[in-house]
Write a protein that binds this ligand. Structure first.
Ligand code: EPU
Length: 335
């Protein structure tokens, strides 16, 4: 285990923000992780770096969780049960599943980040959330250095939420995630409008999981910036949930307001629409900006600092609040 000093974290966060770690260590085995945690409890963890905005240098030891490996735990006629170590890249894992004809994750193609962080915010896209396939999560309890297992129910998943963002926050290091995937009789979810259209355009009437994955990849590529080209962290804000009465009031002023009914009393509004209505879509302030095709995504055109991006987010929150009386919640971890 080599501890390096004064390491730039630019390549370890998908926003591509320049910040420095005073001390940095890459961990590639569970044993190494346990050894580290035995010695040092105050750690700053980095995995795929896809859901964080660094606004300052990090003084505590930065540990890059890079533990790799996929194992098949068991198989039966219909399902395969897999355990994947947290340092595996998410999209590469999804592509591997598709190549093996394991179904369930195809709608989650091309999401940046690593497997170990997918349960934390319960990643979701195009009608599917990762909680639908997770059977359990294993995590190292920092205080006791023991490995603990969280069943799906114990993860307490919600929309972009889990126990790891709440009670368990900061107390555990996720080491592996186990999935139950289909081997045949895949439950395709093509109800999302853009997927249906993409499949129709290709004249595909009975799609395979690969067809769905390809459709998702092309939709994402057409709307969302590739972090390798333009720094970003996906959706910067959560889609807010408002009361149905507030929604009806807004609808009377903005008849075309997009919305998803959550219950009789609650409605979800796409944050991207709210941000666009406030005039921010495609706007650029120095190297910080709002993506031109999806206003929910803040971008770093090169040398924006985390502080500049955060200030832009604050400005957007204020404008949305003033115009719509809705408080946008930031989805990305601000460091
Ligand atoms: N919209 C606008 N302007 C915009 C963006 C969106 O008016 O700039 C409108 C669209 O016209 C549409 C609605 O908002 O009516 C929804 O847009 P979209 O389908 O792009 O989805 P979203 O609600 O903006 C969510 C997730 C994305 C996920 C997509 C597809 C959240 C916070 N975001 O976005 O997740 O890919 O649905 O399922 O729930 C991520 O979390 O990083 C992410 C990209």
């Amino acid at each position: 285990m080599t501890i390096q000093e004064n390491i730039s974290l630019k390549e370890y966060n998908t926003f591509g923000v320049e910040c420095y770690a005073k001390r940095f260590v890459s961990i590639d085995s569970f044993y190494g992780l346990q050894q580290l945690v035995n010695k040092e409890k105050d750690l700053f963890l980095i995995s795929g770096g896809s859901n964080m905005l660094l606004t300052k240098n990090i003084d505590t030891l930065v540990a890059l969780i890079n533990i790799k490996g996929i194992s098949i735990d068991k198989e039966d006629e219909g399902f395969v049960y897999l355990t994947v170590n947290s340092g595996e890249n998410w999209h590469e894992f999804v592509l591997w599943c598709i190549s093996q004809n394991y179904g369930g994750l195809e709608n989650l193609s091309l999401i940046p980040g690593n497997v170990g962080t997918c349960p934390i915010q319960n990643i979701g896209a195009y009608g599917v959330e990762v909680k639908d396939t997770i059977t359990k999560v294993e995590a190292l309890h920092v205080e006791s250095t023991k490995l603990e297992t969280f069943s799906n129910a114990e993860c307490d998943f919600g929309y972009r939420n889990s126990i790891f963002k709440n009670e368990a926050k900061g107390k555990y290091i996720l080491t592996s995630v186990s999935f139950q995937l289909t081997k045949n009789q895949h439950q395709l979810n093509t109800s999302y409008g853009a997927i249906e259209t993409a499949l129709q355009e290709k004249n595909i009437s009975s799609p395979t999981i690969k067809d769905v994955s390809d459709a998702v990849i092309s939709i994402r590529q057409s709307k969302l910036p590739d972090p390798k080209e333009i720094g970003n962290s996906g959706s910067f804000f959560k889609n807010p949930v408002i009361t149905s009465s507030q929604f009806l009031e807004l609808q009377s002023i903005y008849p075309t307001i997009p919305n998803y009914t959550i219950s009789n009393t609650e409605t979800k509004i796409p944050a991207g629409w709210l941000v666009e209505q406030c005039g921010f879509k495609g706007k650029r302030y120095g190297d910080a900006g709002v993506h031109e095709k999806q206003a929910l995504v803040l971008v770093n055109y090169g040398n924006a600092s985390g502080k500049e991006i955060f200030l832009l987010a604050k400005k957007i929150q204020q404008a949305v609040f003033e115009k719509f009386n809705i408080q946008l919640e930031i989805e990305v971890n601000i460091i």
